[in-house]
Design a protein around this ligand. Structure first.
Ligand SMILES: *Cc1c(COP(=O)(O)O)cnc(C)c1O
Length: 522
């Protein structure tokens, strides 16, 4: 790299001497020396930040600012600073990066237990820096040779781990939401019985999915123009998993009402509670009725990399398509996902008519190295490098360690919650997502059950908001069957029992300070 920068510098000299039109500001902006110096200092800053996060010496996971204050601050920073000229900017990239660090959520802080996003592996962060530098796309092979090849390796690794054969293939996408839509479009092309891509959809199509599915499945259906009735909600059991026994009845009802059901989507796992649907049972049902079987494994399909937890996705090998997010349990910076198809040819159906691929008899005609044929993105970032770097530098064993550790921490957290009288656990966690709530004391409970439920929801929402403003910990909330619950994703392998007890202590304290002293004790 060093010699590469040197060449860059001498290029500038040639440019300036021969071409006076190059603005000085442009030369400065592309200075290799400045880049080198600032880069070293910024990496030092990030490494210090990581060190402080992991050692627990960083006081806040979320340095809360009111939206207006945050906007005012950043508006001010974008203003020119020079007194002489409106074009004088004195900020350096280092001061800006320091501001960014200070004013963002600190995901690598062990007290961050909020959304499903991981603390990314430094290896993948560095790979990301290089892909930003290169700025190659990976939609078209000749613009992204390395990215395309790495993508194929990543897809193959995941497909094998799911237990799929050599015939499987897929693409990486900017997020699970887009990956699910990509899969649903292919499902429509293959199962609708019409040529929807050319003629539009002229029949009431539908899919079946549990009432706990991620909202992006519902959105995908509406984007395809099937409307509200395009989603048939399958009820869930006490553990928030799909009641697969309801599938035949719901299918018969939909059919009798004139809707053509083309697919069942299994959640692996659900977003709110981390509950895994019985994929083997859904697969069986789909085979019987000639339906597309899609798995939304954005969060949980990663468990396929753990021999201990793989049983949770039993049946995934028979899915027609599966979505997986690398940025949730697989240590990759956002946003980084894949959609895997069991049969390579079908991965070409998202945006194509049947004829397009039927006539392709050779690999070459299939055009499998120009990935844009199969993804929404035209200019697509080199998503694969971040994931590939983890594979090549650490191997899948690192993912297994992370997954096992996160599941273990979540189990510990559930036990801590259960051991305290002030809290109620929603369900024993199957993965690293834990839902729970503070209970008001019986003495403050209303006689009217509905009021009581409202009171519990209000209490938990209010306390979480106080916690967010306080900023030491970060957790989120969810609504389960009409009631608000607190929700944690244990996404950091370094979160300890002390951190978790600290969170529960803080919640109890906040609750005690806003209700009568005995409000939390049954
Ligand atoms: C996170 C998640 C999604 C959305 O994925 P993005 O990568 O955020 O677009 C979809 N489905 C499930 C089950 C999820 O957990």
């Amino acid at each position: 790299m060093r010699s590469g920068f040197g060449v860059g510098n001498s290029c500038f000299k040639t440019l300036t001497s021969t071409d006076a039109r190059v603005d000085r500001a442009l030369e400065d902006a592309y200075s290799a020396n400045d880049f080198r110096a600032a880069g070293h200092r910024i990496i030092d800053m990030l490494a210090d930040h990581l060190e402080h996060s992991l050692s627990g010496s960083q006081s806040q996971a979320l340095p809360w600012l009111e939206p207006e204050d945050s906007l005012a601050h950043w508006t001010e920073l974008a203003r020119p600073t020079g007194a002489q000229s409106p074009h004088e900017f004195k900020k350096t990239i280092e001061t800006l990066c320091a501001e960014l660090l200070e004013r963002s959520v600190h995901i690598s802080n062990p007290k961050f237990m909020g959304h499903q996003i991981c603390s990314p592996a430094p290896t993948a962060i560095l790979a990301g820096l290089v892909t930003d530098f290169l700025n190659n796309g990976s939609g078209v092979y000749e613009m992204g040779m390395a990215g395309t090849a790495m993508e194929k390796v990543v897809i193959r690794t995941v497909a094998e781990q799911f237990g799929m054969s050599e015939a499987a293939d897929g693409v990486m996408t900017s997020g699970g939401t887009l990956a699910n839509l990509t899969a649903m479009l292919a499902a429509r092309a293959i199962k609708s019985g019409g040529d929807d891509w050319t003629a539009g959809t002229h029949q009431p199509l539908a899919i079946m999915v549990s009432d706990q599915a991620h909202y992006c499945v519902d959105r995908a259906v509406r984007i395809m123009g099937w409307g509200e009735t395009g989603v048939i909600r399958v009820p869930t059991n006490d553990h928030y998993a799909m009641q697969t026994a309801e599938l035949p009845g719901l299918l018969a009802k939909a059919t009798s009402e004139g809707r053509k059901v083309i697919a069942v989507v299994g959640s692996a796992c659900s977003t709110s509670t981390g509950s895994f649907d019985d994929l083997a049972a859904i697969s069986q049902f789909c085979k019987q009725h000639n339906l597309w079987f899609h798995v939304d494994g954005a969060h949980g399909a990663a468990v396929a990399f753990s021999s201990k937890h793989r049983h949770l996705v039993r049946g995934i090998e028979s899915a027609d398509s599966v979505v997986l997010d690398f940025h949730k349990m697989l240590m990759t910076p956002v946003i980084n996902s894949a959609v895997i198809f069991k049969r390579k040819l079908e991965s070409f159906r998202t945006f194509a008519m049947e004829a397009d691929y039927l006539f392709a008899q050779t690999q070459d005609q299939l055009d499998e190295f120009n990935l844009a044929k199969r993804t929404f993105e035209c200019t697509k970032t080199m998503l694969s490098a971040k994931v590939f770097s983890i594979l090549a530098v650490h191997g899948t064993r690192l993912w297994e360690s992370n997954i096992d550790r996160l599941h273990e921490i979540a189990g510990t957290f559930a036990e801590l919650i259960e051991s305290r009288a002030a809290f109620q656990l929603a369900i024993r966690p199957q993965t690293n997502i834990v839902c729970f709530r503070l209970l008001p004391s019986l003495s403050t409970a209303h006689d009217d059950a509905a009021n009581n439920i409202d009171f519990v929801s209000e209490l938990n929402s209010a306390i979480r908001e106080q916690l967010v403003r306080d900023g030491e910990f970060y957790i989120v909330k969810t609504v389960l069957r009409g009631t608000t619950w607190l929700r944690c994703t244990l996404a950091n392998p370094f979160t300890s029992a002390d951190d978790m007890n600290g969170l529960l202590d803080r919640l109890e304290l906040l609750a005690a300070s806003r209700t009568p002293a005995n409000a939390l004790l049954p």
